[in-house]
Design a protein around this ligand. Sequence first.
Ligand code: 5AD
Ligand code: SF4
Length: 437
Amino acid sequence: MKTFYIETFGCQMNVHDSEKVVGTLLARGYRQVATPEEADLVLYNTCSIRDKAEQKVFSRLQQFKRAGNGKIFGVLGCVAQQEGERIFERAPHVSLVCGSASYNKLPDLLVQIELGDRRVTGLDLDTDETFETPLTRRDNPFRAYITIIEGCDKNCAYCVVPFTRGRERSRPSSSILEEVRQLAEAGYTEIQLLGQNVNSYRDPSPAGWNFATLLARVAEVPGIRRVRFTTSHPVDFGRDIVEVINANPVLCNHVHLPVQSGSTRVLERMQRLYTRQDYLRRIEWLKQSPRDIAISTDIIVGFPGETEEDFAQTLSLLEEVEYDSVFSFKFSPRPNTAALALDGQIPEEEKGRRLMILQERQRAIQLRRNAALVGRVEEVLVESYNPATGQWVGRTSQNRVLNFTHPDGPAAALAGRYLDVRVTRAGPNSLAGEAVL
Ligand code: 5AD
Ligand code: SF4
């Protein structure tokens, strides 16, 4: 029997794609192993959002440059799509290069490899199909990722995704609901809807649902207790989405709404299609909700032409919104993107300085917001037990990590259960508490 090893980099879309690839391979009789050394087939599912992520795969491949001894190496995902056949030049021991838009061809490509083809590629970006497979092998027994839309039709000046994942393709609502029902029957209680821009979901079937309608329908499926979604583009984030959240407690108290910059001037250069004011209007909708909706975001510092004044506007936005969490990055120039040609590139050191300032500010905000939760009782979905700390790890509806003790310790067997926990302490990135008995 053939064995395979897969390592995944990047976003949840990639994590979920790997779950589908694993299912496909298992169905073909491959067995998954835990290290590349043991494997006949070594796969890297890659990310190219920033240069650092891209470098990782090449350093992995480098390790095996000579010691390949009969192993087959494959590069999947965003670096595969972006670099294509150039990968064979940079790493001649690679045999398979396949981007996410071509994963439905993977079984055929594997057959070709099994028959002895030295180099096979799946690089077609113009496929209408989404890679849906009933064979998905999910990593988590309670929370399931479901792809609802692939690709991205926006043109953000910094972003490789339109080049690595292709045009937007929405999945029919009937197929999504059918999978949610099956997952509920299989014991999953949390669903996370995935797409590069879920807000622009448009049901291709005659029903023609938009994202808000799909959300409402998914949340109604019996057995599903939590629904999350990621990621959103502010332009397509309509008030109807907030109204659906307001009306249905199954939809979690959390919205991830990437802003990228607090300066309208920079947003324009980024081709983000909204101003600071437009963005803040959406934040207002969320804050006016009777639900206590946590808000998180993504920010890029040091975009070409970002002045001190622009950066100060990003810092002031942090204070104005009071985000519950922020993912922040130094701008990284990417192939094919419009930002490559912009003047005013910022030196690495200066980007690093701005990033540190921003993260320091945000840390204080998070500490303050988390501290305000001390004394409150929160319902968590319990994920696992951490023997190192003697605590169970749970997640609140707001997506906060809440580590808590239970008198029965590990014997309580809480994984997958919903439980009330009293918050007793707060840090910048997590809460601590004790189970309410
Ligand atoms: N450089 C730095 N960060 C980037 N992101 C996307 N492209 C780049 C880039 N070229 C960030 C954005 C996006 C998140 C997933 O990654 O903030 O929302
Ligand atoms: Fe990375 Fe973007 Fe590809 Fe996800 S879609 S793996 S974040 S480049």
